[in-house]
Design a protein around this ligand. Structure first.
Ligand SMILES: NC(=O)c1ccc[n+]([C@@H]2O[C@H](COP(=O)([O-])OP(=O)(O)OC[C@H]3O[C@@H](n4cnc5c(N)ncnc54)[C@H](O)[C@@H]3O)[C@@H](O)[C@H]2O)c1
Length: 448
């Protein structure tokens, strides 16, 4: 692409984007801490009693053209996103608590804040879930679908989606349910035919999250994966996603420790500072923490958390700096803290002539307060992707890597973990689909 006279690459031709007309139905799998904080938060913002802090779609701006143009609209004014007032929530959970009861149980938001919107929250009741304790050892609920095999369960989910579709204009699904046991891709995930045969035969490598994703894809509904489960990271789902114009993205919300890690690590690398070790530990006491206390679910989370540094540091390119890096991640269930997680990082770095230094990070965060705005952005951006010609048929939405610990990419591509590259990629994708010039930050034209 030829360089333009201004700051970036030549303007792309705009995609066609259908307007965001009518209601956007958001189906949330798992009405736990993150989901209820999302739903209650959106309602509080709609009522004008709180601000959507942390949400790029609601608070972020985007620069268009040259720095001297002073043209920086809000993202939501630049691209046609659904309005918060047009969002309608529903969801599935293995517990039959309504959203008010589930939010009260999660203890993320203050009681007064929940009371103020209690009738709205009470009206959202979970549909029975597809669940099997084999895949999440620490949970056991009663609001569960039964069927003759996994195909039957998939068809029941499809019926739920079809019924909801009749009440809204468009639908998006987001997984905010628990982390399942560690599973690896196998032959049953290789093709749609193999998977459908597996559904009929109750194949053990088909976890509930995959059944939801399959149902979404068959219904042409976009799907975001907020947990580290395989779910949409599978060849047959990617095939269905393209075929049925159902965009997908994942996996595992990048909220606390990994968010900070993917800011610090690129800084060390940019300055050619070495890293000998990175020890990360967490304590948290919410239900997610309890689920992750099971070694099989923890393994799924661990894999997702460990990848980032390896990709950012590229030890094969910089063996003197990163070849011997020791990276460890621990998560400990500690009930007194509830959702208010504490994450510590000890980073052993080295500089000029190899002299060692240390950095300590102690992040006293709130897990669901960090995750809810990401979930909101994801449903709004996936809905945009579904309405955009250049995005709806490509399957994986790599431009949403910004939100994930283990971003999905096309086969053969390494994932981009650097938060600021991810942010640039996201904004350039928005400029691209709107036919605006991309921004490279070259800036030589200011010195002509
Ligand atoms: N909060 C964060 O910062 C963060 C960051 C990254 C990822 N996540 C992931 O997001 C997910 C949700 O986190 P949370 O803190 O809300 O957990 P949570 O335990 O409070 O909520 C999960 C809910 O999912 C339900 N559930 C489990 N399996 C289900 C199924 N098959 N169908 C329907 N519902 C099901 C559970 O009953 C529970 O209510 C977890 O997988 C977590 O690892 C959270």
């Amino acid at each position: 692409m030829p360089l333009s006279k201004e700051s970036g690459l030549g303007a792309a031709s705009a995609s066609q984007i259908q307007p965001a007309k009518g209601k956007l139905g958001v189906m949330v799998v798992g009405l736990g801490a993150v989901a209820t904080t999302l739903i209650a938060g959106v309602e509080a913002v709609r009522k004008g009693v709180a601000k959507p802090i942390g949400s790029l779609t609601q608070m972020g701006t985007i620069r268009l053209g040259k720095r001297t143009d002073a043209n920086t609209p809000l993202i939501k004014d630049f691209v046609p996103l659904a309005d918060l007032n047009d969002i309608v929530f529903t969801g599935w959970d293995i517990f039959d608590d309504n959203v008010y009861e589930a939010a009260a149980h999660a203890k993320v938001l203050e009681k007064d804040q929940l009371e103020a919107i209690r009738p709205y929250l009470e009206a959202i009741k979970p549909m029975p879930a597809v669940f099997d304790q084999y895949y999440v050892k620490r949970l056991n609920g009663t609001n569960i679908k039964t069927g003759k095999n996994k195909m039957d369960l998939a068809n029941q989910l499809r019926a739920d989606i079809q019924a909801f579709k009749r009440t809204v204009s468009r639908v998006v699904i987001i997984w905010c349910a628990s982390t399942e046991i560690f599973l690896e891709p196998s032959e049953v995930h290789d093709s749609v035919e193999a998977f459908e045969k597996g559904l009929e035969e109750n194949h053990i490598n088909i976890a509930p999250s995959m059944i939801y994703a399959y149902a979404a894809m068959k219904e042409g509904v976009p799907f975001a994966n907020g947990a580290p489960n395989l779910t949409v990271d599978l060849p047959f789902i990617q095939e269905l996603s393209k075929e049925n114009f159902a965009p997908i993205c994942g996996k595992d919300f990048k909220t606390g420790q990994t968010f900070v890690k993917t800011v610090l690590a690129p800084a060390f690398k940019a300055r050619m500072l070495g890293v000998a070790g990175w020890y990360s530990t967490n304590i948290l006491g919410n239900r997610d923490g309890e689920v992750l206390d099971d070694p099989e679910s923890f393994k799924t989370k661990e894999e997702s958390k460990l990848g980032a540094l390896e990709y950012i540091f590229q030890p094969e390119l910089y063996p003197d700096l990163y070849k011997d890096l020791y990276h460890k991640v621990r998560i400990n269930y500690y009930p007194p803290r509830g959702d208010n997680k504490e994450g510590w990082d000890n980073i052993d770095i080295f500089g000029w002539l190899g002299y060692p230094m240390q950095i300590k990070v102690d992040f006293l965060c709130r897990d669901s307060i960090l995750a809810a705005p990401l979930a909101l952005d994801l449903v709004l951006f996936l809905d945009l992707a579904k309405r955009t010609t250049g995005l709806c048929g490509i399957g994986i939405q790599e431009w949403l890597s910004f939100y994930f610990k283990a971003p999905m990419t096309a086969p053969g591509l390494y994932p981009e973990h650097d938060l600021f590259i991810q942010s640039m990629k996201l904004k350039n994708t928005l400029r691209h689909v709107m036919g605006e010039e991309l921004i490279t930050h070259l800036g030589l034209e200011y010195y002509d």
